[in-house]
Design a protein around this ligand. Structure first.
Ligand SMILES: [Zn+2]
Ligand SMILES: [Zn+2]
Length: 545
């Protein structure tokens, strides 16, 4: 049962259940949507797993991207289960767990390993992706083999020299695959995803043709092989390297420690000391390729970075593509960098980025090698899954052998029979805000939206209960509604309206002030609407003496 990752790109998590065993595959988070005001991240709903706690035997991780490991700390708050992942994946999980102040039972796996968790027998298969150490799983169940690709592309010339062993996939296909669960991210794109090697060649060219400029490269911190290529090229050109951005500093130090990144001694320099090096001898690696508001590159574009001032002659490479929804922020950052006189090189100009996901021809290769009896597209919005289903049909897969699932809906897996059932469980995205997990519901978000659109008016009054008289107020305070200093008349008129409404009640006869508050709210709404055509939140507060 997928608990996340379908009809969306993000928070991937699938539970495989058989008898008394549940195995979880991946546990990712996703970014909040624009209307989820103030939400930090979104994680999957663990209700079903919690209800079946004794069955949950372990968590298998395909790779270290946020949409696959981002919610691991939240899962481990509920479950004390072993977490299986490759070295780099576990390194990234460990640093995440540390931030949350816990440890986990982390168990390292590698390409070729075979392990047994409950009644499941798992074979680990290395795949190429935009982060090193990504793996697929072939999971032998009593009903047959279920193959999870994880995120992958077929790169025959990856920068770390570790391509996918296609012969292994052919062997697994020969042994028989009942169900293939595959990455659908690029299922709409024709052809092949270009090799990471192409980006390496572009980067070399940029360094060669700009020998006297200071060079910046903004990229995804998790793309460790690309970061290695950037470092190697800089070293070859005799440049020192400074690193900016929290996640870049964090991932680089984990990758160096685990041996995934090799940096010659003396090459890394403190970002605060870059002024001691000539432009021609400096490379700055930074985060912020998505134009994120607080990221290093955005601060540089805004002229607010503590140690880096972008200037005329600087060459800034965006080695990335826009994650859908981020375009506006990226364009903003680009415009500001250009205004400061920098030269920008990005994916529309040169091949500074390639995708980490398989396009149609690579997906076909997986289908043909694995020859599954049944197919279930994962990791995609509906259009991606639909395109992937059509691709499978073009290869001869029968329509009734394709399952397009839904988060929270059971898929039944029996020998020679896989089908979508009608059984569904509640499976809502869980919103995390600060330390609160799942406590922010729709009504809170609705309030936040109204507050953000029209602001707040507080009507405060103090009442003498025995005399039934107003002692002070009503006083009007507002936030995000009008600029109080310039709207004195409006607010004093509003105070008069509130006073008139309160005067209609015999305060000494009332058991509570509910009806007065309701009347104040309603009269105030009418007055504000007439005067301003706005609809702020109105909050009457009555104190008693
Ligand atoms: Zn990924
Ligand atoms: Zn992913």
């Amino acid at each position: 049962m997928p608990l996340g990752g379908l009809h969306e790109i993000g928070k991937n998590i699938t539970a495989l259940e058989c008898g008394e065993d549940i195995l979880i595959i991946d546990c990712g988070s996703t970014f909040p949507e624009d209307e989820m005001l103030g939400i930090d991240i979104v994680i999957p709903d663990f209700t079903y797993l919690i209800a079946n706690r004794p069955k949950v035997k372990g968590l298998l991780l395909t790779h270290g991207h946020e949409d696959h490991i981002g919610a691991v700390p939240y899962l481990l708050k509920e479950f004390n289960i072993p977490v299986y992942g490759t070295r780099l994946t576990l390194g990234l999980v460990e640093s995440k767990l540390k931030e949350h102040g816990h440890e986990g039972d982390l168990r390292e796996i590698a390409d070729g390993d075979r392990l047994k968790i409950g009644c499941f027998q798992i074979e680990v298969i290395h795949v190429t992706h935009s982060i090193p150490d990504a793996v697929a799983f072939n999971i032998r169940t009593p009903a047959g083999c279920v193959f999870f690709t994880g995120d992958f592309k077929v790169d025959h010339t990856p920068l770390d020299g570790k391509p996918i062993d296609l012969r292994k996939l052919a062997r697994i296909g020969e042994e028989g695959v009942l169900l293939l669960c595959s990455d659908s991210t690029n299922a709409e794109r024709k052809g092949y995803t270009p090799s990471e090697k192409n980006v390496g060649i572009t980067l070399e060219n940029i360094f060669r043709t700009n020998p006297s400029s200071r060079i910046f490269v903004a990229t995804f911190s998790s793309n460790v092989n690309r970061v290695q290529k950037i470092i190697d090229t800089a070293v070859l050109c005799g440049r020192k390297i400074a690193v900016s951005g929290r996640s870049m500093v964090n991932v680089i130090s984990i990758a160096i420690e685990l041996g995934y990144l090799k940096v010659p001694v003396g090459v890394l320099v403190d970002i605060n000391k870059i002024k001691s090096y000539p432009d021609s001898e400096l490379l700055i690696i930074t985060t912020g390729s998505q134009g994120e508001p607080m990221s290093a590159l955005t601060r540089m574009a805004d002229g607010e970075h503590k140690s880096v001032q972008v200037k005329k002659g600087d060459v800034i490479v965006l080695s990335s593509s826009a994650i859908p929804g981020n375009e506006k922020m990226i364009f903003n950052t680009m415009n500001k960098l250009l205004e400061r006189g920098a030269k920008l090189v990005y994916n529309d100009i040169a091949e500074t980025h390639v995708s980490g996901h398989a396009c149609q021809e690579e997906l076909k290769l997986f289908h043909m090698l694995l020859k599954p009896e049944f197919f279930m597209p994962l990791h995609g919005e509906y259009r991606h899954m639909r395109a992937h289903a059509e691709l499978a049909m073009s290869l001869g897969e029968k329509e009734e052998h394709i399952v397009i699932g839904e988060n929270g809906r059971f898929v039944s897996i029996k020998p020679h029979k896989v089908e979508l059932t009608k059984d569904k469980i509640e499976c809502q995205p869980i919103l995390v805000d600060g330390l609160g997990i799942g406590d922010i519901g729709n009504s809170v978000l609705k309030d936040r939206r109204i507050l953000s659109e029209s602001g707040l008016i507080v009507v405060a009054a103090t009442i003498d209960r025995e005399l039934g008289e107003l002692v002070s107020g009503p006083e009007i305070m507002s936030r995000g509604f009008v600029y109080e200093k310039e709207s004195g008349d409006l607010l004093s008129d509003a105070a008069r309206v509130a006073a008139e409404t309160i005067a209609k009640f015999d305060l000494s006869a009332l058991r509570d002030y509910g009806p007065v508050k309701a009347a104040v709210k309603s009269d105030m709404q009418k007055f504000i609407d007439r005067a301003t055509k706005r609809a702020p939140v109105i909050l009457p507060i009555f104190m008693e003496v």
